[in-house]
Design a protein around this ligand. Structure first.
Ligand SMILES: NC(=O)C1=CN([C@@H]2O[C@H](COP(=O)(O)OP(=O)(O)OC[C@H]3O[C@@H](n4cnc5c(N)ncnc54)[C@H](O)[C@@H]3O)[C@@H](O)[C@H]2O)C=CC1
Ligand SMILES: C[C@H](O)[C@@H]1OC(=O)[C@H](O)[C@@H]1O
Length: 253
């Protein structure tokens, strides 16, 4: 098991990529702490699934855009699970909208959740790991959108470039503490975040046509890469970005 005896914490773990990563971490031997904005009843069955693996699970409801959520999350993890080894910054939103009339509130909310939320959480997790003095691993869920544009994502793609850049800078700042920082860059993965967007069958099939592996991603496709980056198999990997996109990015012509 790749995460035997470790504690992994993840934001936005109630759904999609975060949920799949939380479950795989437990299967790989980690106790799992989840924070998300949804009510605790929503994650009850997920916590049960984690506990069935023999690992401990905790849930804290909170908004990552509020800095105090990160502080509460770390102190809950310390008191209930005894510390933190792997932190995954995953919570995010993508309210598709045209550029020319994008309302300022949508811009502010997207930056607040995706970029400031990641910053607050990564900073709190890093401080927790530094206090513990036993190193650690931080993984940010960025996106292929850190590298390419999206007509209806002008407010979103800069946040994904931002979290990728955050991992590069924190890799330098935290290297002396033996804390590794990496990002995963998913392509298009079928989750609730894009259910409506992918209901446009023309758009979905055009995307699939560009993907050498011939399909959109599933949340489970990210679980292995996230666990790998959190594990000692990746002990000399820091400041890296791992594309998990079925080959979409490289397929220009
Ligand atoms: N699905 C995709 O195609 C891709 C997703 N991503 C990124 O993956 C991450 C996870 O997204 P998915 O699993 O696809 O979507 P999802 O909608 O299934 O999961 C996002 C989770 O974040 C939570 N969340 C939203 N706002 C929050 C807040 N303010 N505070 C705390 N939690 C909050 C949601 O409740 C949800 O559980 C996001 O950062 C997204 O940008 C990146 C590339 C592709
Ligand atoms: C939510 C979108 O379908 C998804 O988000 C990303 O970051 C990908 O690039 C896709 O556009």
């Amino acid at each position: 098991m790749l995460l035997e005896g470790k504690v992994l914490a993840i934001t936005g773990g109630a759904s999609g990529i975060g949920k799949a990563a939380a479950l795989e971490a437990a299967r790989q031997g980690a106790d799992v702490a989840i924070t998300d904005i949804v009510a605790p009843e929503t994650v009850r069955s997920l916590l049960d699934e984690i506990e069935v693996t023999g690992r401990r699970a905790l849930y804290l409801q909170g908004d990552v855009a509020e800095p105090e959520t990160a502080v509460r999350f770390m102190s809950t993890i310390e008191s209930q699970l005894g510390g933190l080894d792997v932190f995954v910054s995953n919570a995010g939103i993508c309210p598709f909208h045209a550029f020319l009339d994008l309302p300022p509130d949508v811009l502010k909310k997207t930056i607040g959740v995706n970029l400031l939320g990641a910053y607050f959480m990564v900073q709190a997790a890093a401080n927790q790991m530094v206090r513990q003095g036993r190193g650690g691993a931080i993984i940010a869920v960025s996106s292929i959108s850190a590298l390419v544009g999206g007509e209806f994502q002008t407010h979103y793609t800069p946040t994904k470039a931002g979290v990728h850049s955050l991992m590069q800078s924190t890799a330098i700042a935290l290297g002396p503490h033996n804390i590794r920082c990496n990002s995963v860059l998913p392509g298009t993965i079928r989750t609730p975040i894009n259910q409506e967007d992918l209901a446009d069958e023309g758009k979905a099939s055009a995307m699939i046509a560009r993907i050498p592996l011939g399909r959109l991603g599933e949340p489970e496709d990210l679980a292995g890469p996230i666990v790998f980056l959190g594990s000692s198999l990746a002990s000399y990997v820091t400041g890296a970005a791992l594309l998990v996109d079925g080959g979409c990015f490289v397929n220009l012509q």
